[in-house]
Design a protein around this ligand. Structure first.
Ligand SMILES: Cc1cc2nc3c(=O)[nH]c(=O)nc-3n(C[C@H](O)[C@H](O)[C@H](O)COP(=O)(O)OP(=O)(O)OC[C@H]3O[C@@H](n4cnc5c(N)ncnc54)[C@H](O)[C@@H]3O)c2cc1C
Length: 497
């Protein structure tokens, strides 16, 4: 057993913020031998950018993929510290990821998708374990919460009939009130996992809830066995095999627009031409920072000004000493000490709710280590407004309280920890340049802006997290496919002109 205090990441010597990142762009060397012109330039290597780049290359296009970070993946990311590998966003996604990987990447990648065995909830209203399937939710709501089966079936039928294109003003709260009046325990079971992920509230449209439930919460939770590093490294190999020119440490400063069409980008102060550009950066930074308001209709940009992003995340990364083991206590554990479901409390700096993702040695058998990632949904403004000193104090407090809370699930864990580090919405913003460190992109209305961008500027597309269907690992990858098809058609139309 380790007797020393666990190692903790030291405060950074530089101010890790967007300004620092944007003013320290990589030099010419990162663009060595880059061609003057490509068919398509993809800005950003999140799952949407990577998938777009791969689809375009498979369609025979010459593709330049530009990523400002030194590593690919965007929010589908990992990092290595003192022998540990920490996954940032590998907690769970829908089964659809298997098909998407098989169809647009490789069978080998798809074969690594496995169902998460145990999803647990522990809060003052209930403690239970579920497979996160519609059948199991039904069983729990009927048998454990005592609701009539017909009511539950009626609720699912209602969700199934919801149509995204209907102008339905009902909120999730009203919908829950209609089907499960006053049953805040049922609301909590059905709503808390979504709020944990993207900070959704009961006062948002019921349709967004319906889509998440139907897509995410009805057929179980899946994970990539082998870890994010394995998946991203394999994707990089596939991209290289398909001829994609990949450049990291390459910050796109400007998307060039001439006569209503895109003509390329300025990256690390160099101009590279292309008739087609796909931006995987957030829709806000794409328009505000790279295109510029002046190149778009005023009403279009004003509409974007009103588009809100989903909340961000804090995480505590816990690396267990290599000589130590911890008992199995679930794969994904949603915990809260707050009396009832409350989206404000869930995102508060006064932390009462944490989700633990536990990575057992089977995830990366060659390493034989245990790691735990505690995720806490958080508001960007709470963290952005802190002075550097307050920031460090808040991070340390978050780490200490997380270990204390984890002791309930793994008694004695404190003595087994080798390494600790924390990230906040500021870290998310710094590493991906996302708007306000959002973890799941924009709310629904961002999708319309994203889809209408090519009508504003010919040849310019956006592929990235907008609205819940097009975000998360699966949504982003699928959106990358959709956008690459449109972009390919556009290039074909230019050729036939
Ligand atoms: C803590 C956390 C937990 C999450 N958990 C889950 C989960 O369990 N399941 C799930 O499905 N999803 C999860 N997500 C969400 C999921 O990771 C994202 O929705 C998805 O990965 C986003 O992909 P994307 O393609 O939209 O782009 P992003 O991942 O946002 O990538 C955009 C890329 O563009 C690059 N870029 C930006 N500006 C420029 C520029 N000017 N020049 C060059 N490059 C640029 C960025 O560096 C970045 O690499 C989580 C996210 C977070 C933060």
């Amino acid at each position: 057993m380790s007797v020393e205090q666990p190692l903790r990441a030291k405060p950074s010597k530089i101010k890790k913020d967007r300004t620092y990142r944007e003013s320290n762009i990589g030099g010419d060397s990162h663009l060595k031998d880059v061609k003057d012109e490509y068919d398509v330039i993809v800005i950003g290597s999140g799952l949407a950018g990577l998938t777009s780049a791969n689809c375009m290359a498979k369609q025979g296009r010459s593709v330049l993929l530009l990523e400002q970070h030194y590593i690919l993946g965007g929010l589908a990311q990992y990092f290595k510290r003192r022998g540990h590998i920490f996954d940032i966003s590998l907690h769970g996604f829908p089964i659809g990821m298997k098909k998407t990987l098989r169809k647009y990447w490789s069978k080998e990648l798809a074969d690594n998708i496995e169902q998460v065995e145990s999803v647990r909830f522990d809060n003052p209203q209930f403690t239970l374990e579920t497979t996160f399937t519609r059948e199991d939710f039904t069983r729990i709501i009927v048998e454990e919460f005592g609701i009539e089966k017909d009511k539950v079936i009626g609720f699912y039928d209602h969700l199934a009939k919801m149509n995204y294109y209907d102008d339905n003003k009902m909120t999730t709260r009203e919908m829950f009130e209609q089907f499960f009046p006053g049953r805040t325990d049922v609301w909590r079971l059905l709503m808390e996992p979504i709020t944990y992920a993207n900070g959704s509230t009961l006062d948002e449209p019921a349709i967004s809830y319906g889509i998440v439930f139907s897509n995410f919460m009805s057929k179980g939770v899946y994970i990539y066995n082998g870890g994010t590093d394995d998946m991203i490294n394999k994707m990089q190999e596939i991209l290289e095999t398909n001829g994609v020119d990949i450049r990291t440490k390459c910050l796109v400063q400007k998307i060039l627009v001439e006569d209503g069409k895109t003509s390329g980008v300025i990256v690390n102060n160099k101009t590279v031409k292309a008739n087609c550009v796909i931006s995987n950066a957030g829709i806000h930074p794409t328009i505000y920072k790279m295109v510029g308001r002046e190149n778009l209709d005023e009403d279009f940009v004003k509409e974007l000004d009103d588009v809100k992003v989903n909340t961000s995340s804090c995480q505590v990364y816990i690396g267990i000493d290599k000589e130590e083991e911890i008992p199995y206590f679930g794969d994904l554990v949603f915990t809260s000490i707050h009396p009832e479901y409350d989206s404000d409390a869930l995102t508060s700096m006064d932390i009462t709710s944490r989700t633990y993702s536990v990575y057992y040695p089977e995830m990366r058998p060659e390493r034989n280590r245990y790691t735990i990632v505690a995720s806490i949904n958080s508001k960007y403004d709470d963290w952005a407004s802190l002075s550097d000193e307050q920031y460090q104090i808040a991070k340390d407090k978050m780490i200490d309280e997380t270990i204390e809370s984890l002791e309930k699930y793994v008694p004695g864990i404190r003595e087994k920890i080798h390494y600790l580090e924390a990230a906040t919405p500021r870290s998310v913003e710094f590493y991906t340049l996302s708007h306000m460190g959002t973890s799941f992109g924009t709310k629904f209305d961002g999708l319309k802006i994203s889809q209408e961008l090519p009508k504003q500027i010919k040849g310019l597309y956006h592929a990235g997290s907008v609205g819940i269907i097009m975000s998360g690992w699966l949504g982003a990858a699928n959106y990358g496919v959709i956008v690459s098809n449109s972009a390919d058609k556009y290039l074909a139309s230019l050729e036939s002109e």
